[in-house]
Design a protein around this ligand. Structure first.
Ligand code: SAM
Length: 342
């Protein structure tokens, strides 16, 4: 029989938990122990520090020490708590999606800045609502980019694509959680393959409605979803449609796998991590497809791997792209590449 866990006070639980994590060389072990305890107790940090002598009952104490053991063995904290904050919003995360990273918030900042500048250039000075804009997030994963943009741009029609239908199911739940599911169309596809055929038909949500995208969604959707029957023939758009394409594609090289932290290599989905042997392989198609789908003055915002810039920037040839800009992340790494379609 399993030994019964004894009740323990908050201070002792934290001390023991962080000692186990430190011994297992877990990065940010104090924060991890705190987050796991807060999660198990359903409390916030203020409570934790105000009640160091509070007794934790045997059952939550047992759960906490089980989480500590799993974290010490390499499971990411976010897989244990099931959540991660991004752009001030709480996202559900599972092993089917990449855990949203803070540096990806630069993608949102650059996208919003670029759209605002475009509005000013067009002589429109009012607050940016996204009215009339069509936006795609390629490789949406948890949905963090699409959902953050939907929250900021209440008038925009947003499309979120992913090659992984299980990731799309998580993204859709996150969109529901943040009350934007009716404004985001989720499509299972490889980059923007067949996007015009399958996505453009519901581009005008006032005509067609987000509910028509539903058959393309969910965990049961096949990897290569057929065109939604309701959408086929509604419109046969062949002209560029989009105002903004944002993407954080997989950009790690398989040859770098051994250098990754075990939390990443062993627990996050390979399809979300690796872009190919070198890492930057997806960018050429991503940029070529973006050039074909963006309107003139349409904006492309790409997250970059730590060493992708020298390979990716030359793909933005001067006959198709202008206003190319690089934004560094807080660690000084060139992280976001943005450009405007000629
Ligand atoms: C680095 S993750 C980014 C997830 C999320 N956008 C974020 O920033 O946290 C890359 C995502 O792209 C998806 N993906 C990989 N290859 C793809 C492809 N060829 N076409 C579309 N999506 C792809 C993966 O399933 C994964 O969800």
């Amino acid at each position: 029989m399993k030994p019964q866990a004894a009740p323990v006070v908050v201070r002792t639980a934290l001390k023991q938990g962080l000692a186990q994590l430190r011994e297992a060389h877990v990065p940010s072990f104090t924060l991890a122990a705190e987050l796991l305890l807060l999660h198990v107790l359903g409390r916030d940090r203020t409570w934790l520090y105000a009640h160091p002598e509070e007794e934790i009952a045997a059952r939550p104490a047992e759960k906490y020490f089980e989480f500590i053991a799993r974290r010490a063995a390499g499971e990411p904290t976010q897989h244990l708590t099931g959540k991660q904050e991004f752009w001030g919003l709480e996202f559900e995360v599972t092993p089917d999606v990449l855990i949203p990273r803070p540096e990806t918030e630069h993608v949102i900042e650059v996208a919003l800045d670029r759209l605002a500048v475009r509005e000013l250039r067009a002589g429109r000075k009012q607050a940016l609502t996204g009215e009339g804009l069509r936006i795609v997030d390629i490789g949406t994963g948890s949905g963090c980019i699409a959902i953050a943009l939907a929250k900021e741009l209440s008038g925009a029609a947003i499309y979120a694509t992913d090659i992984s239908s299980v990731a799309l199911a998580v993204a859709r739940r996150n969109a529901t959680r943040h009350s934007v599911a009716d404004r985001i169309h989720f499509l299972a596809c490889n980059l923007l393959d067949d996007f015009i055929h399958r996505g453009a038909a519901c581009a005008d949500i006032s005509d067609v409605g987000a509910q028509h995208a539903a058959p393309l969604l969910g965990k049961d959707a096949p990897k290569e979803s057929p065109a939604c029957p309701d959408l086929v023939g509604v419109t046969n758009h062949q002209s560029p449609l989009l105002d903004l394409i944002a993407s954080n594609p997989p950009y790690i090289g398989r040859r770098e796998a051994a250098t990754l932290m075990r939390e990443v290599r062993d627990h996050e989905p390979e399809i979300a991590l690796y872009g190919g042997e070198e890492g930057y392989e997806l960018y050429a198609d991503l940029i070529a497809q973006s050039a074909a789908h963006l309107k003139p003055s349409g904006i492309l915002v790409l997250e970059l791997g730590h060493n992708s810039l020298p390979t990716v920037e030359p793909l933005l040839d001067a006959t198709s792209w202008t206003n190319v800009c690089v934004t560094n992340d807080l660690a000084g790494i060139p992280r976001v590449l943005a450009a405007e379609r000629m």
